[in-house]
Write a protein that binds this ligand. Structure first.
Ligand SMILES: Nc1ncnc2c1ncn2[C@@H]1O[C@H](COP(=O)(O)OP(=O)(O)OP(=O)(O)O)[C@@H](O)[C@H]1O
Ligand SMILES: [Mg+2]
Length: 205
């Protein structure tokens, strides 16, 4: 067997990493899904709400999900964009996903999970390596499914399972009711309610 020089090995390593990155980039990313800093709250407004949410994020004993309910126009989206803006500034926001009814064709409901997988892999090199292992020989997982449980299990939980991540993985989602959930009902809501329990079980906090 021919002996490879260290330089040849490095070139092969680089090629493998580049191929892995290209495969991860095949996973669909939610176009325009990111929060918009300018849509945050006006200074001095909604302070009690914002303080409550910041404390919720910082408290390791908090429940894993926090849902804002309110009538139309009461400022839920402003709060969501503001929370995302503040934590992003501190490099503590992992992902944000803003649904908009008029953009349902560009931003489908299942993109929530694929976008989160891409954001996690941008943020944590160890997650990227683990995700690469899961999807590298599996085209159907990269581009062939919209099934929430499959995507969540394969693109999020599986790569996370042996990783130790310090601090909370913060995800801000706005306007779930505008997600255009293909089930036509509230399956995405139900699925997210269940998955927040799975997050607790993986001890990721
Ligand atoms: N704290 C705030 N700071 C700045 N603007 C606000 C605030 N709260 C509400 N607004 C303004 O009020 C309008 C409605 O707010 P927003 O879109 O956040 O409400 P919402 O609860 O998300 O409504 P919907 O249920 O229709 O999505 C927006 O134009 C927004 O700019
Ligand atoms: Mg809103």
């Amino acid at each position: 067997m021919p002996v490879r020089s260290p330089d040849t090995l490095r070139v092969i390593d680089l090629r493998i990493v580049t191929e892995l990155h290209a495969k991860i980039r095949e996973i669909p990313y939610g176009t325009g899904s990111r929060f918009t800093p300018e849509k945050g709250c006006l200074p001095g407004i909604r302070m009690a709400f914002l303080d409550f949410i910041v404390n919720w994020v910082d408290n390791p004993n908090s429940e894993r999900s926090l849902v804002l309910f309110g009538q139309a126009g009461t400022g839920k989206s402003s709060i969501a964009h503001e929370v995302a803006r503040r934590f992003d500034k501190l490099h503590r926001l992992t992902s944000s996903f803003i649904f908009l009814r008029k953009e349902q064709s560009k931003r489908e409901a299942y993109h929530l999970f694929t976008t989160l997988a891409r954001d996690l892999s941008d943020r944590y090199p160890s997650f990227k390596a683990a995700l690469g292992e899961v999807i590298k020989d599996n085209t159907s997982l990269r581009v062939g499914t919209r099934d929430y449980p499959t995507l969540f299990q394969s693109l999020i939980l599986e790569p996370l399972k042996d990783l130790h991540i310090v601090g909370p993985i913060l995800i801000v989602i706005d306007a779930l009711d505008e997600s255009g959930d293909v089930t036509g009902g509230n399956e995405l809501h139900k699925f997210l309610a269940k998955t927040s329990q799975d997050f607790r079980r993986t001890s990721v906090c």
